[in-house]
Write a protein that binds this ligand. Structure first.
Ligand code: PLP
Length: 394
């Protein structure tokens, strides 16, 4: 896309989806032209199977688990649904007393909605785990809830890092609380994999999605500890451990593995560079625009996310005016029937609904540059002034 002056638009929405990495593109193209169903027994099938299994092995090594723990899916939403719905159903059928789900209040809709579904349609009791004003879960609250309801809890789900404000959760501490009581712990690590050091062996179940770290859209995985058998959502050939059916996408999986390997190879340099760009962006915005505050945990956050609130603005106005100025970013909250809604994440932090609506998520990734930050900083003061003149709805 180009802006009004013919310049290429600046892309600051890497948390929504990030461009294909060259290594992932090469792996994808290398496989796309080759025929062979990995479940077939002839040579072409066996070749495709080898690609899938080598990819599984390299993904497992990158995440510190065994190859057999990796179940390929179509992406993060499917992996989260499989974990939440599938583990709940399996645990409940083992012991009908297990009807409670503990979920953090700041989960992505890929977790939030299946949890709500269980509450509305399958008799689950939901305990929403509160967060503090930077979005970190309350561990003392979790411990008390687990102690009170240990026999009733089907599973606990807490994301690794938040997709709106970037806050990283104390995953190891949550894992210990759950492991001590024999309760399965699922973590949605869709934003974390590729951006943080993720050791999947500390949790029982973990969701990842390729398009967040440079693989194509439509491929991801559920990393599942041996011995856990969620009830499948989709029934068919049982290709993935009898947990997930459907012909696996050998080209997509090869590309997923290539993107993850590339993310590990340049991890330190890339994440330090992205965090430096993000810090520059925040510092420049705070210095040039009044009435701005930063959300999330400044000491423990995803390197690429800057989530900012602008007093007296509607996030929608900011987003559209920035888009017209050639900067693409996200509002970080939903719109329902054309009416801007405050994000559930901001409300969980204790922010007032009107203030919650006046925020933007600016997210950087592997292809971001100093020029991207400079273009945002150049455009923003006029955009905020216009958005303030337009005012806020009630
Ligand atoms: N979980 C989180 C934290 C996300 O940020 C996203 C995507 O925005 C998802 C889950 C859904 O992943 P996918 O787009 O692969 O379905």
């Amino acid at each position: 896309m180009v802006d009004a002056t013919g310049r290429e638009a600046v892309y600051l929405d890497h948390a929504a989806t990030t461009p294909l990495r060259p290594e992932a593109r090469a792996a994808l193209l290398a496989e796309l032209d080759l025929v062979g169903n990995p479940s077939s027994q002839h040579s072409a099938g066996r070749r495709a199977r080898r690609v899938v299994e080598e990819s599984r092995e390299s993904i497992a090594i990158a995440l510190g688990v065994r190859a057999g723990d990796v179940v390929f899916t179509s992406g993060g939403t499917e992996a989260d649904n499989l974990a939440v719905l599938g583990l709940y159903r399996a645990r409940r059928s083992e012991d009908p007393r297990r009807t409670r789900v503990i979920a953090s209040a700041v989960e992505h809709h890929a977790v939030l909605d299946p949890v709500d579904w269980l509450g509305e349609h399958e008799g689950a009791e939901i305990s929403w785990l509160p967060v503090d004003d930077v979005g970190r879960v309350d561990l003392a609250w979790l411990k008390a809830e687990l102690d009170e309801h240990a026999d009733e809890v089907a599973l606990v789900t807490v994301m690794w890092a938040n997709n709106e404000i970037g806050t990283v959760q104390p995953v190891a501490e949550v894992a210990t609380l759950c492991a001590d009581r024999g309760i399965p712990f699922h973590s949605d690590a869709v934003q974390a994999v590729g951006s943080l050091e993720v050791d999947a062996s500390v949790v029982d179940s973990l969701a990842l999605s390729g398009h967040k770290f440079g693989a194509p859209v439509g491929v991801g995985a559920l990393v599942l500890r041996r011995g856990l058998s969620p009830v499948p959502l989709v029934h068919g050939g049982g290709q993935e451990r009898e947990i997930r059916s459907g012909t696996v996408d050998a080209a997509g999986i090869a590309s997923l593995a290539a993107a993850l390997t590339a993310s590990m190879a340049d991890f330190d340099v890339r994440t330090a560079r992205i965090a430096r760009l993000r810090d520059d962006l925040v510092a420049h915005v705070l210095a040039t625009v009044d009435g701005v505050s930063r959300n999330g945990d400044p000491s423990c956050s995803l390197p690429g996310i800057a989530h900012l609130s602008f007093e007296g603005c509607e996030g929608d106005s900011l987003l559209l005016l920035l888009d017209a100025a050639g900067v693409e970013c996200s509002r970080g909250s939903a719109c329902s029937a054309g009416v801007p809604q405050p994000s559930h994440v901001m409300l969980a932090l204790g922010v007032e609904p009107v203030a919650a609506r006046g925020s933007l998520r600016l997210s950087l990734g592997w292809s971001s540059t100093d020029d991207d930050v400079a273009r945002l900083v150049e455009a923003l003061p006029a955009v905020v002034a216009r958005a303030r003149r337009a005012g806020v709805g009630r």
